[in-house]
Write a protein that binds this ligand. Structure first.
Ligand code: MG
Length: 268
């Protein structure tokens, strides 16, 4: 064995504790860290602020406008405008509560690039027509490639059509999570997706889905766990990610909280 392979072997052994450490629950800021000064849901500031408190990831929502612009916002109807049917120019005239314009995805990804330690969790909003969803997915893929952030982006979708379109666009290397809560992890795995991202309500009804997901080699995210009681419940259950409107609370909690042993649900 030459020196290089000896060192490589040592590196593998040394990396084992690090690998097991990654099985801990991670924090995803829901619509960014908006619940703080000078921030707002889905604002550029909310991504920077999520990064500043050490979130693992920060989530955004992306709409495709009628004139094919990608904009970052949650609501289907925001300040009286329908995101899917209003012209881009009208949407840009609106202001978020912190004074920012509604960001384009292009602007948002430029911000994401400035914060390499925080992952982007990108939700593509379902659209009224599958062909529009396909346009949206293709354009999102183009922009992720353009900004070079594919390796630190996870895609989340309610629409199975969008999930399958993304899977074709990214056969490997990009994680796609399904949000709608109506499929078992086994079925989600069969569709070739990488995880479930289900509501607190769904996962409390099916706590066994955490183990089933891990047994099938896929991951679990839960939304939106906002009370300490729910946060502790899902840490104990062994989910991989918790999406929350109070990422600052969860970051602190994870620092001190000793999870009740539930190793059987954890990823090995
Ligand atoms: Mg969302």
């Amino acid at each position: 064995m030459n020196l290089k392979s000896t060192l490589f072997g040592a590196a593998i052994i040394a990396s084992f504790p690090i690998l097991t450490a990654t099985a801990e629950t991670k924090v995803v800021a829901h619509r960014g860290f908006w619940n703080t000064e000078n921030s707002a849901q889905n604002s550029l500031a909310s991504f920077a602020k999520a990064d500043s408190i050490g979130c693992f990831g920060s989530e955004i929502d992306v709409w495709l406008t009628t004139d094919d612009h990608l904009v970052v916002n949650h609501d289907k109807v925001y300040q009286g405008l329908f995101m899917e049917t209003a012209p881009f120019e009208d949407i840009r005239a609106l202001r978020l509560p912190n004074g920012e314009k509604i960001p384009t995805l292009d602007e948002y990804l430029a911000e994401v690039r400035k914060h390499p330690d925080t992952r982007l969790v990108l939700e593509m909003k379902s659209l009224t027509d599958y062909s529009r969803e396909d346009v949206s997915a293709n354009r999102i893929a183009e922009l992720l490639r353009k900004h070079g952030v594919l390796d630190r982006t996870d895609i989340i979708v309610f629409s199975l059509n969008a999930a399958m379109t993304f899977r074709k666009l990214f056969p490997t290397g990009v994680k796609i999570f399904y949000l709608d809560g109506d499929l078992s992890p086994k079925k989600v795995k069969k569709l070739g997706l990488n995880g479930i991202d289900y509501s607190v309500k769904v996962l409390k009804k099916h706590p066994e889905w955490v183990k089933q997901a891990h047994d099938n080699g896929i991951e679990v995210n839960v939304w939106t766990a906002n009370t300490e009681e729910d946060m502790k419940y899902f840490i104990d259950l062994g989910v991989d990610y918790i999406t929350t409107d109070h990422p600052d609370t969860l970051v602190k909690l994870l620092d001190s909280y000793k999870p009740k042993s539930n190793k059987k649900n954890k990823k090995s």
